[in-house]
Ligand binder design. Structure first.
Ligand code: XIL
Length: 392
């Protein structure tokens, strides 16, 4: 049975428990083989091996295209990550650019890599205001949920066998608009705050065994806007849990920012996580990375500032039930964090015209795939928590 017929079957039976796991496992393994280099010890740099059995699995967002074209990168991912997150390939606008025409090739690539290398996949992201296909706008405006359900039904069973967790709702909070803090979006506009419950309930139906997440950013710093975001986020989670909505885990994106680092208050952040986890959710760190400042400093100093921010952050989260730690990218070679001309201007442009400090260094491996102090901090965290929490 091919994936497409599996899918229509899933649609008709409504629930895909058991059946989909078996069928999808068979389906995933049957994807046409790819010549994936396993671990070729002769080539590539030395990377610390966390292994898939690390008590808190480590992971990273990856791109299928990059896995295909760059062997050293592929090896670095294979040797360091237990979980991989498709960086862009599973988002709605990417998968379904035309209604009903599902573009699975690229996310299949990521899933195939996961299966071939014994990794798990984290599904990212089902409902995100920044990835709504153009064609869906009118349908949503007509308060028609069917396009959302059909997307959820298309992807969750297809990748169910390799995917333990899903960002069902991505970035629902935005301050300054409404008393409840919900971000204005076509989802909110059409269905009101209920869209969150509906999406989570649909997700539960199509992936009954997976952990379902709300994934959010901007919750770390002791700045007015982030204080508001934390407050509003807590109220949202509280109301969803009270209403019995199927929400298991909170994804903390954790995009750290050195220009705000003076406002990172460990006690305050711990108090937030305490209140959050007391509501009956556990945590995943889903998108850890560090936006630098002070690019003119020597590289060692830059790396140690990045690592210090990561350390301060991990020192707090390690006291809570964290199921995994994933970075938004693994190496500065393919970082989504770019150094902009504005960043340089802010620092008085220490570089001759047309030049700059090179890439942002806010990921665990540098552009040559060598581990940095950031990576050491991750390692420490994985080991430290070994006895206190048994991850997935
Ligand atoms: C980003 C990707 O990294 C970019 O390549 C893409 O152009 C836009 O999306 N929070 C999220 C991620 O949840 O989906 C975003 O990923 C980064 C911020």
């Amino acid at each position: 049975m091919g994936h497409e017929s599996d899918l229509s079957h899933a649609r008709h039976i409504g629930s895909v428990a058991g059946w989909s796991r078996r069928a999808m496992l068979a389906g995933a393994l049957a994807l046409p083989g790819l010549a994936l280099a396993r671990s070729n010890k002769e080539s590539g740099p030395l990377i610390l091996d966390l292994g898939p059995s690390a008590p808190i699995p480590f992971g990273a967002a990856v791109r299928g295209e990059t896995l295909l074209k760059d062997r050293d990168y592929r090896e670095a991912v294979a040797r360091t990550c237990a979980i991989i997150t498709p960086e862009i390939e599973l988002k709605w606008a990417y998968v379904e650019p035309v209604r009903g025409v599902l573009h699975f090739t690229d996310v299949d690539e990521v899933a195939r890599f996961a299966v071939a290398n014994g990794k798990r996949m984290h599904g990212h992201a089902l409902l995100w205001h920044k990835s709504i296909p153009d064609w869906a706008t009118d349908i949503l405006a007509a308060k028609d949920w069917s396009a959302i359900r059909s997307f959820i039904a298309s992807v969750m069973p297809r990748y169910g066998a390799v995917t333990d967790s899903w960002d069902v709702i991505n970035e629902p909070i935005e301050t300054g608009y409404r008393m409840d803090g919900l971000r204005p979006s076509p989802f909110l506009e059409a269905f009101g705050p209920e869209y969150i419950r509906r999406a989570l309930e649909d997700a539960r139906m199509f992936a009954p065994d997976a952990r379902l997440l709300i994934n959010e950013y901007g919750l770390e710093y002791d700045l007015p806007v982030e204080r508001d975001r934390r407050y509003l986020f807590l109220r949202l989670i509280e109301s969803l849990k009270k209403a019995g909505v199927p929400l298991d885990t909170i994804g903390l994106q954790s995009h750290l920012d050195l220009s705000r680092q003076d406002y990172f208050d460990q006690k305050l952040f711990a108090a937030f996580l305490k209140e959050l986890t007391a509501m009956g959710v556990d945590l995943k760190i889903t998108e850890l990375d560090v936006k630098e400042t002070a690019y003119a400093l020597p590289v060692e100093e830059r790396d140690s500032r990045v690592a210090a921010a990561v350390k301060a952050y991990l020192e707090v989260v390690q006291d809570f039930p964290v199921r995994s730690i994933s970075c938004w990218g693994l190496t500065d070679r393919y970082s989504w964090l770019t150094v902009t001309p504005e960043d340089l201007a802010k620092e008085g442009n220490h570089w001759p015209a047309g030049q700059g400090p090179g890439v942002n260094r806010g990921l665990p491996l540098d552009a040559s795939l060598r581990s940095k102090p950031f990576f050491d901090e991750i390692q420490l965290m994985v080991n430290k928590t070994e006895t206190s929490f048994t991850g997935l």
